[in-house]
Ligand binder design. Structure first.
Ligand code: SAJ
Length: 419
């Protein structure tokens, strides 16, 4: 009688349990892998081990609670041995927009002593060209007994599989987006594909590690350049006293024109950062990409230039600032232009009362909570008390507001919601 042999669950250590690492760990664990998530933040680790998500991301809570209670995902502060390591740590930039690879180097130091031979290391973090190689070099410098030459008992395999999911839709896009996989040595890419196939229904596009690295940066630079076009148009239209939202909607009726939406600037840890990795890799060739970054980075100041003269004319002005996150319906404040604008308003208008309505957070970030003239307030009461309403993020709570609540208010709508 044939006996059925249960397929062994692969063991995976995911290093970095942030906006990408944690959902990836949860989805892998719910799709047949035994996952240990690693993070230096013990609070994050404790929350996850109770099945709780430390940030707002639609549809994540149920998956996470399920895999933790079944024992398929555990979190720890120490990296364990695993067959596969997925590195999903931050890649911020330093002064002068040079990439900071220190978290990747640290991940390499954590992994190096644990390796026996034949493990796969997948870099997911968005990285400048050459970073997968840098991770491999970091590990091999510490472990000269290991090798990149494939098919030996002491071979270690490296691949780059950049994350491409959109915050707010991560749990859907992890399963449906196509994935680019770049191989550094041997059959690393094929091995990564086998693992990602557990949960990803998209197409797998195979290439080398450097091309995969640049492809991810290219996607975000493409979007940044297109948003910069919309933001530049908004400033041009303002000078000409033309409504930019109407302008874009008219132009977009052309079958080959699809202009994005202007806003108060570009935030988040991806689009506002990644194009700089291209600029810093080839500075004298990346002029359009650099200019787009500069245009988008200048947009918060433009918003302030329009608002401040009006605010200064009102004695003890009250401003309702609607939204603080970098985009709608999430709680992520990283690189948020809204947060930057509110901080500058607080500095420039010491006598003002700035009422921040942000339905997705319970506490203001420290640089704002320290200010006497800034407080968090429920949306309706912030608007009711305000002379000026400044819409910074198109959260659904704001787009649902009827026009009557804005009557008698000076309105600055940076997202075109009420236009
Ligand atoms: N924004 C505008 N106007 C628009 C679209 C966006 O001002 O028409 C602003 C948003 O308000 C936000 C910023 O741009 O401040 C970025 O938002 P986003 O929704 O364009 O992108 P992110 O940063 O949330 O996610 C991007 C995605 N990349 C692309 O769409 C090419 C995502 O797929 C990536 O996985 C993610 O970066 C990442 O992690 O790299």
């Amino acid at each position: 009688m044939p006996t059925s042999v249960a397929k062994k669950r692969p063991t995976v250590a995911v290093i970095g349990l942030g906006y990408i690492g944690l959902p990836t760990a949860a989805v892998l664990a719910s799709s047949g892998a035994d996952v240990i998530g690693v993070d230096i933040n013990s609070e994050t680790v404790n929350l996850i081990n109770q099945g709780l998500v430390p940030f707002v991301e639609p549809d994540m809570a149920t998956t996470l609670a399920g895999v933790v209670s079944q024992g398929f995902l555990t979190a720890a502060t120490e990296t364990p041995h695993a067959e596969t390591y997925i590195v999903a740590v931050p890649t911020p930039f330093l002064e002068g927009h040079q990439p900071d690879l220190s978290y990747i180097r640290d991940a390499g130091h954590q992994i190096a002593p644990l390796l026996d031979g034949n493990e796969l290391v997948v870099l997911e973090s968005t990285s400048p060209p050459g970073t997968t190689e840098y991770l491999a070099e970091t590990i091999l410098a510490e472990r000269p007994d290991l090798t990149l030459t494939p098919n030996l008992s002491n071979s270690i395999y490296f691949a780059h599989c950049p994350e491409r999911v959109l915050p707010g839709r991560i749990m859907i896009e992890l399963r449906t987006n196509d994935r680019v996989i770049g191989t550094l040595n041997g059959n690393a890419g094929e091995r990564a594909r086998e693992l990602y196939r557990l949960f990803c229904e998209g197409e797998f596009l195979m290439t080398d590690a450097r091309t995969a690295e640049l492809s991810k940066l290219t996607e975000n630079a493409y979007r940044d350049v297109n948003i910069a076009f919309a933001n530049e148009l908004s400033m041009i239209a303002d000078s000409l006293d033309i409504n930019v939202w109407e302008l874009i909607s008219l132009a977009n009726h052309h079958p080959r024109v699809n202009i994005l939406q202007p806003g108060p600037g570009v935030g988040g840890h991806c689009i506002a950062v990644d194009p700089w990795f291209i600029v810093s890799a080839v500075p004298d060739r990346a002029s359009l990409i650099r200019t787009a970054r500069e245009v988008n980075d200048a947009k918060p100041e433009f918003v302030l230039d329009k608002l401040l003269p009006q605010a200064r004319r009102i004695h003890n002005v009250k401003i309702a600032a609607l939204g603080l996150s970098f985009k709608p319906n999430i709680d992520d404040l990283r690189e948020s232009p809204a947060r930057q604008i509110v901080g500058r308003l607080a500095e420039e208008l010491p006598g003002a009362e700035i009422l921040v309505a942000e339905p997705n957070i319970e506490l203001l970030p420290e640089e704002l909570s320290n200010r006497q003239n800034v407080s968090l307030a429920p949306t309706e009461s912030a608007i009711e008390r305000a002379d000026i309403v400044l819409l910074l993020v198109d959260h659904q709570e704001f787009t649902n507001l009827g026009p009557s609540v804005l009557a008698q208010k000076i309105v600055h709508d940076t997202r075109g919601v009420w236009n």
